[in-house]
Write a protein that binds this ligand. Sequence first.
Ligand SMILES: O=c1ccn([C@@H]2O[C@H](COP(=O)(O)OP(=O)(O)O[C@H]3O[C@H](CO)[C@H](O)[C@H](O)[C@H]3O)[C@@H](O)[C@H]2O)c(=O)[nH]1
Length: 325
Amino acid sequence: MANILVAGGAGYIGAHTCLDLFTKGFTPIVYDNLSNGHAEFVKWGPLEIGDIRDRGKLDDVLRKHKPLAIVHFAAAIEVGQSVLDPGSYYENNVVGTITLLRAAQAAGIDKIVFSSTCATYGIPSSIPINEAHPQAPINPYGRSKLIVEQILKDLDLYQGFRSLILRYFNAAGADPEGRIGEWHSPETHALPIAIETALGRRPHFEILGTDYETRDGSCVRDFVHVLDLADAHVRAIEHLLNNGTSHALNLGTGHGTTVKELLETVQHIAGKSISVKYGPRREGDSPILVADNALAKQTIGWSPRHDLRSIVSTAWNWHSNCLTI
Ligand SMILES: O=c1ccn([C@@H]2O[C@H](COP(=O)(O)OP(=O)(O)O[C@H]3O[C@H](CO)[C@H](O)[C@H](O)[C@H]3O)[C@@H](O)[C@H]2O)c(=O)[nH]1
């Protein structure tokens, strides 16, 4: 079986991708420092505990497992936190990725799938956003991802190091069998917080901004099922292993949901009401982010198969039955 190194494979999207890689006949080798990931999520291949900034450990792991390619999720991911501590975002996401790339090159690996984000677009001038839209991030998290995108483009141009850059919109949902799901500490994401509120684990949900120029004043996001994201990563790996060329691809559904609409869907599926508070805007938040996903379909044959109901119901199942912390 072909080994694939999955940096950050003990995290939310990483673990769902490992499951899908395993199902498609690959062996995911998880490399994770467990700062945000969970050893319990590593079920479909070996776990190597290490940091992407640790070149010596990376060299050892690459020598031991000889992966054909890398899928790279390992990063700090919170928009709000990146505004409070930008240096840690550049250290983790930029320095860490450069170290990983140098180790990969030294080991003769020249293919990577990289987790990027719609946050690289900043405040979009047109919706839906396609990949040609200018990238002008409005927070350090988005900038850290854009810097890595630019590095990867240079490695492709000058050294033939190939990459699929995947720009996720809002990942949500969980494995329908409840083996893995969204588990962040502390949790900052809208859907899990809404579910925890419906479950009575939080007193209320605070809507962060109600004066945006959107249909109901709250932000619009494109929620995409983590199973669809996992599928895109496996397709991306297959594309690179078949000598496909480098691309940057949007991974979203093309459907926008406001924060208020998300809350309504959670209340409907949970059959419980959510106590809501109205708060100020969160710094670094873009008013509306919705994907044009045509290029992903054309390049790797990907289109999302799960809708918002499926996202919310699998997340509800995970949080109410499986995640009990
Ligand atoms: O308690 C909360 C939490 C979130 N929100 C709102 O819900 C929306 C979604 O927020 P999330 O924190 O769930 O997601 P983000 O859009 O901020 O972030 C996600 O999308 C980003 C790109 O915009 C990055 O990729 C990031 O890693 C990923 O978590 C935002 O308008 C936010 O202000 C609330 O109203 N209340």
